[in-house]
Design a protein around this ligand. Structure first.
Ligand SMILES: Nc1ncnc2c1ncn2[C@@H]1O[C@H](COP(=O)(O)OP(=O)(O)OP(=O)(O)O)[C@@H](O)[C@H]1O
Ligand SMILES: [Mg+2]
Length: 455
């Protein structure tokens, strides 16, 4: 049988103390104290599951004792006993951390036991919930990230290590290697996961706009500043700020960032009031920052501050063993989205995927699979479904007479596919939809989108 829960009874009246002890000791391992001081000593020397204390005690009162107990690293369930007629006090007790209260004059042992049991059950559920949530968060953090190559395994490991800290992380790698998806994972796996994740694409804005985007501005700070604006740093309070394409920021903003990293403080544009924010920075770049430092475009001191931990995401061509996994993952995703029953690649198709150089890395692979799925008419993705760029990349060097193969966009390809199906079924929409493996509803929507209703 499981051990009995431990219970500490604090009351200065001996009869109450001993009465309660006698009533409860069958189910609980009961200890007693006659004032807050000796109760505190007991609480500090040992863990108790439940604290049952009178409000009125010699010296410190029961509320203070509860506050003290709740500040322990593993606090007990706290139940306050009050005299009849002091309900207000009871409400106050609950606010200060008591889990329940009972009115002494009316005390029924049955009810007291029931309340203790209920509080203990509630606590157990809460503990289980916290564990479950943590587990879910961990899974969520990386569940959508695929990779089995040694290089990626190493990345996963570093991410797991740095995520729980507040350390600034710099993610580097070519375009499409997964910098953003990892930035999000770092946030998800950190204790900040429930706070905001705010992403700023630094290259997308002119320097002056970027400055107010990041730090905010006061009304009238510059022409067009009609309203006060809260910046991204303030929005990210308690959470993570992701600065994408950090290599693009200009000197003035570099200085401000440097200051933030040193002092955690900044000012809104047009204000001299210093603000602080508890924000973790994650930055990314596909530029070689070291080069930018050498040419004087990027401040060296800022570079070092950002690169406390650098995670290098290798290009896809240097971790080809990840290609089948990624391709399979994207295929499943798009097949579900498009409700097509395609879940495999032919050997030829897979070989082409493996041989291609993927200059656009994972992002390019993802688009290629989407393209192939839309075109695919069988149950497996075959070589001819792949985008021309991938096929051309696999062709024996400059095959003579071969058309250059303009890379169709997914939409163009889809439109052509629908046109072809309609032609082949003499305009029978039901058959055409079936042929492509689309639901009738989707098919009709697409006819509308591509202006093919006349066909
Ligand atoms: N390991 C991976 N597993 C699953 N999906 C991935 C992986 N890496 C990248 N992706 C996907 O590939 C696409 C590109 O990734 P992401 O946007 O993170 O790249 P990036 O490095 O930020 O690119 P850019 O430099 O162009 O901004 C996204 O759709 C992302 O979800
Ligand atoms: Mg990106």
């Amino acid at each position: 049988m499981a051990e009995k829960p431990t219970l500490l009874i604090v009351d200065d009246e001996k009869t109450t103390r001993e009465g309660l002890r006698a009533a409860l000791e069958e189910r609980y391992d009961v200890y007693v104290a006659d004032d807050a001081k000796s109760a505190s000593e007991l609480l500090e020397s040992d863990h108790f599951d439940v604290l049952l204390t009178d409000f009125r005690l010699p010296g410190e009162d029961g509320l203070k004792l509860i506050a003290r107990a709740k500040s322990l690293s593993k606090p007990p369930i706290c139940i306050l006993m009050t005299a009849y007629g002091s309900e207000e006090l009871a409400v106050d007790a609950m606010k200060r951390g008591a889990d329940d209260y009972i009115v002494k004059g009316r005390l029924q042992i049955d009810e007291l036991e029931m309340r203790i049991a209920r509080a203990l059950r509630g606590q157990r559920l809460e503990t289980e919930n916290v564990a479950l949530r943590q587990q879910l968060d961990t899974q969520f953090g990386m569940e959508n990230i695929v990779g089995n190559s040694p290089a990626m395994k190493e990345v996963f490991e570093i991410v797991q290590q740095v995520a729980p800290t507040r350390t600034t992380v710099l993610l580097t790698g070519e375009s499409g290697t997964g910098k953003e998806i990892f930035a999000r994972a770092i946030h998800q796996l950190s204790p900040r996961a429930r706070q905001p994740f705010v992403a700023v694409h630094c290259a997308a804005l002119a320097p002056t706009l970027l400055e107010s985007e990041l730090f905010g501005h006061e009304k009238g700070a510059f022409t067009g500043a009609h309203e006060r604006r809260i910046g991204r740093f303030e929005q990210a309070q308690g959470g993570t700020l992701f600065l994408d394409e950090i290599g693009e920021i200009d000197g003035a903003i570099q200085v401000k960032l440097l200051r933030f990293l040193g002092e955690r403080s900044f000012e809104r544009v047009g204000s001299n009031k210093t603000l602080t924010a508890d924000v973790r920075l994650v930055a990314a770049t596909n530029k070689n920052l070291e080069e930018l430092v050498k040419t004087g475009v990027f401040r060296e001191d800022l570079f070092f501050r950002l690169r406390v931990v650098e995670i290098v995401l290798p290009p896809l061509r240097e971790r080809r063993s990840d290609i089948p996994l990624l391709a399979q993952r994207f295929l499943r995703e798009f097949a579900e989205e498009n409700r097509k029953n395609v879940n495999e690649f032919t050997a030829d198709a897979l070989e082409m995927l493996m041989n291609y150089s993927w200059p656009g890395n994972v992002r390019e692979l993802r688009t290629a699979i989407e393209h192939a799925l839309v075109l695919c008419r069988g149950e497996r993705i075959s070589a001819r479904d792949l985008p021309p760029s991938v096929r051309a990349g696999n062709a024996p060097a400059a095959a003579p007479g071969r058309p250059a193969g303009r890379d169709l966009t997914v939409k163009e390809a889809e439109k052509q596919l629908i046109e072809r199906a309609l032609k082949e079924t003499n305009g029978n929409r039901t058959l055409a939809a079936e042929k492509i493996g689309m639901s009738r509803r989707t098919f009709h929507r697409k006819l509308h989108v591509y202006h093919l209703e006349e066909l």
